[in-house]
Write a protein that binds this ligand. Structure first.
Ligand code: IVH
Length: 665
């Protein structure tokens, strides 16, 4: 399984487990298991930001609800809005409204790009702040909400009410945060929305306070006395109570006037102190809301107008080719720096040769760029009519830009590779990977040190890391190094020799072998020598190992350079085996479809998880595809149906012996 597939799998799993947790109130896995999956996804996305998609649970609050926070069911679901993309859509919205409510007028507000939240006051005192979560249930983030300066802890009247709005970070605040993160060598936030989301999920309110969250409120929950107010009046009322309600709201009598207002917002979107990604149009008369009605997901009396993804023109200064850890060559457009959707962009990946040809990018071309999913810079197209006479066509290199050896392409594939395993660019990348946290986890060894040691010619290949102890004097002479830091570094390197096989396997950077696969392989083969001796057939017999991975593993252990590398590492004293317990592979479960019915001594969800962890699948209804029905007491029609179909039916006692057999294996 490659990184992209694993990321997709993790996203799907986390979504599935979130749904079980929130929608059905029936957790399928433990908090620790959930945290491990989420953590793995964050790690992969940090290492491969090109694979981050907006729907990832790490990118949005909905679905990323950590089990570290208490969950709170909303009194009324927090709905979303349907979207409009042009004036036609808004006119159609107006027609729909006017059919139900000819007297309706509209309120237009900017759509602030932050994180939706609900805040509760009881008898005038702020008691609860909750994220939107999945719309039905959110996370209790009262501690962070309370740090928002603009939000009073006490209302001017002792009312009990719920207000809703958007928590955000002002653009200036966001820039200041990123500047200080940069100075501290920390990873930068991609945009204000992510920074706000990350801040809301902090357990430590002090940190949220430092970051300076802000909020704008756009609705007031049902309070008996205030039912008759129009939307504009509720915004006024909130203000009177001391609440930061939407200050940019305007009232319009017609959709034509709304459309002008929307255009005005779009033209001036960068003048707002916060990021806006659209406008929201709502019927002003709240008494009409029930008549106009709701769909399952959104009210029909409001609509969100989405601004077009921002497209910015800039010049391609150069196209350079980078060499990745696997030797893959990636063309990268170096651009004249421009602000796009709130951040400075100076590079955009051009992926591979096909993409480069398709876009037909020349150096000195003017290009339109945008941020895909508001995160990753992407070239939309070349402005061919602006191509200057001195523009230069870009040709994909035939030789590695670093080691100058000929490049290699597999038939039918778009990517080119430098296959020289001693290529300095690759070795550096490989080394960074080898020492990184998920691999050999050699603390204080990072990208900068790798570059420095290469420059000093202290390391050329992976095994040199373990020979650094013979060069202590030279290390001590390096700038910024003292007795203590050199000792720490050397101790960390020595300690890593005892890391289990799975760390080493992942560290070796075999194509398609990620952290999870490394664990699976270590578990299945126990020693590096056993894995080295495995055939493609042996490998595909292991759960989750496919043909592609099996072939790359066999190829890896065939290459003389890799064998030499492994022998060097062995001689240096690295550990080649694992602590992972016996394989949980079990013929009774692996790839078998189970149906659970009747009353059992444990919750069904727990048994389901257990069966899945042993390689089985659990479905809800009995069919020809069912292999086993686990029938507890008072099992009904499912058991009967299974028996009539000749499917194996087992009781709980038998199930427990099956599980027991697994433990003895
Ligand atoms: S009204 C029933 N007004 O946009 C939903 N939403 O899908 C009522 N948003 O998650 C939402 N600015 O958090 C409303 N002025 C505004 C808004 C706004 C931002 C967000 C909101 C929601 C999303 C709409």
């Amino acid at each position: 399984m490659d990184v992209r597939e694993r990321i997709a799998e993790l996203k799907a799993l986390i979504q599935k487990y979130n749904q079980a947790y929130y929608d059905r109130d029936e957790p399928m896995i433990s908090d620790a298991q959930w945290d491990a999956l989420y953590h793995e996804l964050v790690e992969l996305e940090t290492a491969y930001p090109e694979y981050i998609t907006p729907d990832s649970p790490t990118q949005k609050v909905g679905g990323s609800t950590s089990q570290a926070f208490a969950k709170v069911k909303h009194m009324h679901p927090m709905l979303s809005l349907s979207n409009a993309f042009n004036a036609e859509d808004l006119k159609a919205f107006d027609e729909r409204i006017k059919k139900e409510a000819p007297q309706a007028t509209y309120v237009l507000e900017p759509k602030v790009d932050g994180i939706a939240a609900s805040v509760r006051y009881e008898n005038g005192t702020l008691t609860l702040g909750v994220t939107r979560g999945d719309g039905t249930t959110g996370e209790d983030v009262t501690h962070n909400i309370k740090t928002i300066k603009k939000l009073p802890h006490t209302l001017k009247e002792p009312l009990t009410l719920e207000v809703r709005g958007e928590v955000y970070l002002a653009k200036k605040q966001f820039q200041a945060i990123n500047e200080s993160r940069e100075n501290a060598g920390e990873k930068l936030f991609k945009n204000p929305r992510n920074a706000a989301a990350g801040t809301m999920r902090q357990l430590d309110a002090e940190l949220a306070k430092k970051r300076g969250l802000d909020i704008v409120l756009y609705s007031l929950g049902s309070v008996e006395d205030l039912r008759g107010l129009s939307h504009i009046q509720t915004l006024e009322k909130m203000k009177d109570l001391g609440l930061p309600s939407q200050a940019f709201a305007t009232h319009h009598d017609s959709i034509e006037s709304v459309i002008k207002g929307v255009q005005h917002f779009e033209e001036n979107r960068h003048q707002f102190p916060f990021e806006i990604d659209g406008a929201v149009i709502k019927v002003n008369e709240r008494t009409l809301y029930d008549d106009i009605g709701y769909t399952a997901k959104s009210p029909k009396w409001a609509i969100a107008y989405k601004f077009k993804a921002e497209e910015v023109e800039t010049e391609v200064k150069d196209v350079l080719f980078s060499v990745g850890r696997t030797g893959q060559i990636t063309p990268v457009a170096h651009l004249a720096p421009v602000m796009v959707a709130g951040t400075m962009v100076s590079k955009a990946t051009l992926h591979n040769e096909d993409y480069l040809k398709e876009k037909d990018i020349h150096v000195h071309d003017q290009v339109l760029i945008k941020k895909a999913g508001d995160i990753i810079p992407e070239v939309i197209r070349v402005l061919k009519d602006k191509r200057p006479p001195h523009a230069q066509a870009v040709h994909f290199p035939t030789h590695c830009p670093v080691c100058e050896r000929p490049l290699h392409q597999e038939p039918g594939e778009a990517d080119w590779f430098c296959v020289n395993v001693t290529c300095e660019a690759q070795v550096k990348e490989k080394m960074e990977h080898f020492v990184s946290r998920n691999a050999m986890n050699i603390e204080t060894f990072g990208e900068k040190l790798v570059a420095l040691l290469f420059n000093e010619k202290l390391i050329h290949a992976l095994p040199d890391i373990y020979r650094l102890k013979d060069h202590k004097d030279r290390l001590l002479s390096l700038e910024g190094f003292g007795e203590k830091s050199v000792d720490t570094l050397l101790a960390n390197i020595e300690a890593s020799k005892a890391n289990p096989l799975e760390d080493l396997l992942f560290g070796l950077g075999i194509r398609h072998v990620g952290k999870t696969s490394s664990k699976t392989l270590a578990q299945a083969f126990k020693t590096l020598d056993a894995l080295k001796a495995a055939t493609v057939e042996d490998l595909v017999a292991v759960r989750d190992v496919g043909e592609v991975m099996a072939h790359t593993i066999v190829d890896f252990f065939k290459a003389p350079d890799n064998i030499a590398l492994i022998e060097e590492l062995r001689a240096l004293g690295l550990r080649f085996d694992t602590d992972i317990q016996a394989s949980t592979y079990h013929e009774k479960f692996t790839d078998k479809t189970f149906v659970i019915t009747g009353t059992l001594s444990e919750p069904r969800s727990a048994i389901k998880t257990q069966i899945e962890s042993l390689g089985g699948k659990v479905t809800g209804s009995v069919s020809q595809k069912t292999d086993v029905v686990l029938a507890g007491s008072e099992a009904g029609s499912k058991k009967d149906k299974a028996e009539s179909l000749g499917i194996t039916v087992i009781d709980e006692a038998t199930y427990l012996t099956w599980i027991g057999a697994t433990d003895e294996q």
